[in-house]
Design a protein around this ligand. Structure first.
Ligand code: GLA
Length: 742
């Protein structure tokens, strides 16, 4: 999968479907040639290097008026030597100079892929699944070694990259900027696609045409954020969900990030993604190393849906890991939206009992069970049960839930503390704060300094004790505010630029320790819903709470956008009460079920409050999920109709062998006497016959018809506007089962 032309120093990573080409320039820097659909192994590619005399350019060699880094396409540009675009790295010495020039030293090719110390990353299970090319570079002046790692996957059309810096000099250096990936694409005729939003409306799809200058998304909040996801895609003007080129960039990281696309004056596009350089500075003592997080770029010639399919396959199979990666996820019920802080054991047991009757497998006790946590002003940091609410403690309650035949799960917010807590009273110095300045709060809480090992240890001890004593099968790991006044009392002045990154390393460390001690524990990540819904968390927590907005109609957009990068297996999606707590919208239980069923499914409500008829629907939904959950988790996902573009949202999940599928179609507002509609499906076998079944419809058709003519969308509102029970209403959703019969 890696071919090297040693004479021309050209490296070709390929897997039969994609090619990635880079080379060593005469000056010793690394140059970029190509990333995209596979090219034949021509052997020589240096004619692809384009350079010419350009006015107002700075050239690196006297007498040579064509060689300038300003116009050479690079792999990982440094600052200060004739390139005036944003660099991928910037290193500063004790002399104050920030100039750097890397020169090629050599390369190594290995089977599979190395792990990144302390960081989440994709992995291989056997060497044949991927090949890794490591290229060693050096700034001789500083004696700084920089090693670029490129992994190409056999089964995914993508390349994973990371960079390792090692200071072999005698003096300390400071890394001011160390992106994970940078690439100079030959043209800039793209649109940028980003996933942006806010709390309760995370990951909306936003598209903008790239124009000269910088298009960027970022976070400087300490978490990857509700506002922007660590992801950026490029698509051509005519790229659709199903056709045309799309290139996706995703960062496997949960902290401050920057993803940017810079169009220069010669229509070259520089894309980079990595730790946000704002607020970042890492001191590299002699012999010390720094490794960037990993970034993944995927190529699709089959549109944006094709791009998502590549991410889904890689992240589901070779980023998520451990006991739960391939196991069927339990149907869960969570008490938060039903009770908030106001519950006692008796209520919880009634709540769980009803859930058990409906076939639900896991009960999750949310916030409010510990310390003096009767509201959000107190308790965080004291991870011991409040025995006024739970007389037998967590151990007692977990036993009772298990006795009902369910598993028990528990909410934690390990990184946070309230001032009104025993933990804070005994360790007031454990928080992130700038001495002498006001400490801002978020939801009345403060952030523990997870850049310090002793702080992580203190939380680990409490969590470990509880998880050892009580039968806890699942934890929901929350993080309900961003970091402000970032400063750590434990580090000197010249290391304060490391705190945001060290904080995230501390979060990863605590996850790693708990996974090591309790390998069968299922962890669901959360950050006020989807504030840290990123590829980094997926390495530790195979599912995440997608958004605090659990309204089915709002979720259409949130889940649709989330699916650009993240597989259904990791998208926590629950049925909640109607009218919905966040938007006050009343939706039928069937619609709420349909929308949540394409995710890691569960409930977020007191089922005792439902009518007998609604309970029957809940039982059907749970049974459906149990039958289809392995298809949902492992099947291919197709976005069919976008809720960002019209009154309908539709998507389809197809078993990888094409024999079984289901389609969810949701019409947002009711229509009177609407048109006939068909919905072309994807991923079926043209020559096989399928049976189509939904609430109102049942017929047989060949795969070619279902994909060409389309699935017939029955719509009972046409011509019968008063027949509400048959679906003539706002927020109507239908599920179609499609199964091979011949
Ligand atoms: C966050 C989560 C919710 C819930 C509350 C509890 O907002 O996103 O699901 O757990 O915290 O305080």
């Amino acid at each position: 999968m890696v071919t090297v032309n040693d004479k021309e120093k050209v490296f070709h990573l390929h897997n039969g479907r994609i090619s990635y080409l880079l080379y060593v320039m005469e000056s010793g820097q690394l140059g970029h040639l190509y990333f995209g659909k596979a090219l034949n192994s021509a052997g020589s590619y240096l004619h692809m290097v384009e350079k010419a005399y350009r006015p107002m350019t700075t050239y690196i060699n006297e007498g040579d008026l064509t060689t300038s880094y300003e116009q050479l396409r690079q792999e990982y540009p440094c600052y200060g030597t004739s390139d005036y675009r944003y660099p991928a790295m910037e290193v500063q010495g004790s002399d104050g100079s920030r100039i750097c020039k890397l020169e090629y030293q050599g390369y190594e090719i290995m089977e599979g892929k190395k792990a990144l110390p302390g960081l989440p990353a994709t992995y291989t299970e056997d060497g044949a699944e991927a090949a890794t090319l490591e290229i060693r570079m050096k700034d001789g002046w500083r004696n700084l070694e920089v090693v670029f790692s490129y992994t190409i996957f056999r089964d995914v059309d993508g390349v994973a990259r990371s960079v390792r810096f090692v200071n072999h000099g005698k003096e300390a250096l400071w890394l001011n900027r160390a992106m994970s990936l940078s690439i100079d694409m030959p043209d800039a005729d793209y649109y940028g696609v980003q996933l942006s939003g806010a709390w309760a409306r995370e990951r909306y799809v936003k598209t903008r045409e790239l124009t000269p200058g910088v298009t960027a998304v970022s976070s400087m909040r300490g978490n990857s954020s509700h506002q922007h996801n660590p992801f950026l895609a490029l698509k051509r003007k005519n790229t659709t969900e199903r056709s045309g080129e799309a290139i996706g960039f995703s960062l496997i990281y949960s902290g401050n990030f920057l993803a940017q696309a810079e169009v220069d004056n010669y229509n070259v596009l520089r894309v980079m993604i990595g730790i946000n350089p704002f607020g970042f500075q890492w001191k590299l003592e002699p012999d010390a190393a720094f490794v960037t997080p990993e970034a993944v770029m995927v190529y699709s010639g089959d549109g944006l849906n094709g791009m998502s399919g590549q991410f889904h396959r890689l992240y589901r199979n070779r980023l998520a890991r451990g006991y739960w990666r391939d196991r069927e996820r339990p149907v869960l019920i969570n008490n938060w939206e039903a009770t908030q802080f106001d519950f006692v054991e008796e209520d919880i047991l009634k709540f769980a009992k009803k859930a058990k009757e409906c076939g639900i497998e896991l009960f999750v006790l949310d916030d409010g069970w510990f310390g003096k946590r009767n509201d959000d002003r107190r308790g965080l940091g004291d991870w011991k049960a409040n025995t006024d609410k739970l007389p037998g403690g967590i151990e007692g309650l977990a036993e009772k839930i298990e006795a009902l035949g369910m598993k028990f799960g528990l909410w934690f917010e390990p990184e946070m503390v309230n001032k009104d807590s025993d933990f804070y009273r005994s360790h007031p110095d454990y928080v992130i704060a700038t001495p002498g300045r006001n400490m801002s709060h978020g939801r009345n809480q403060y952030v523990l300094d997870f850049s310090r090992k002793e702080v992580v240890d203190a939380i680990y001890v409490q969590m470990h004790e509880l998880l050892s004593k009580a039968k806890i099968s699942y934890i929901k790991w929350d993080m309900n505010r961003s970091i402000s006044e970032c400063y750590s009392a434990a580090y000197p002045a010249d290391r304060q630029g490391e705190i945001f990154h060290r904080y995230i390393l501390g979060v990863y460390d605590l996850h790693e320790r708990l996974i090591h001690d309790f390998p069968e524990l299922l962890i669901e990540s959360c950050s006020s819903g989807g504030g840290r819904f990123d590829a980094g968390m997926l390495y530790y927590a195979p599912q995440g709470w997608t958004s605090d907005d659990s309204d089915a109609i709002e979720r259409l957009k949130i889940q649709y956008g989330t699916s650009y990068v993240y597989p259904l297996s990791c998208m926590g999606a629950h049925v909640s009460a109607s009218p919905n707590e966040q938007v006050g919208r009343a939706t039928p239980i069937g619609t709420r079920g349909n929308v949540a069923l394409t995710g890691a499914f569960g409930y977020e409500m007191d089922l005792n409050k439902l009518s007998g008829e609604e309970i029957e629907e809940v039982k059907e939904q749970v049974a459906f999920y149990k039958e289809y959950r392995s298809l949902i988790a492992k099947g291919d996902f197709y976005r069919l109709l976008s809720p960002f573009e019209g009154n309908f949202a539709a998507w389809e999940v197809v078993r990888q062998d094409g024999r079984q599928a289901f389609v969810t179609v949701t019409r947002i507002l009711s229509e009177t006497n609407g048109p006939y509609r068909r919905l072309p499906l994807c991923g079926l076998s043209e020559e096989r016959k399928y049976h189509v079944e939904s609430r109102y419809l049942s017929y047989d058709a060949y795969g070619d018809e279902l994909m060409q003519y389309g699935l017939i969308l029955e719509d009972k509102s046409s011509g019968s506007p008063t027949d509400a029970s048959a679906g003539c209403r706002d927020f109507m959703s239908l599920m179609y089962k499609v199964s091979v019969i011949e």
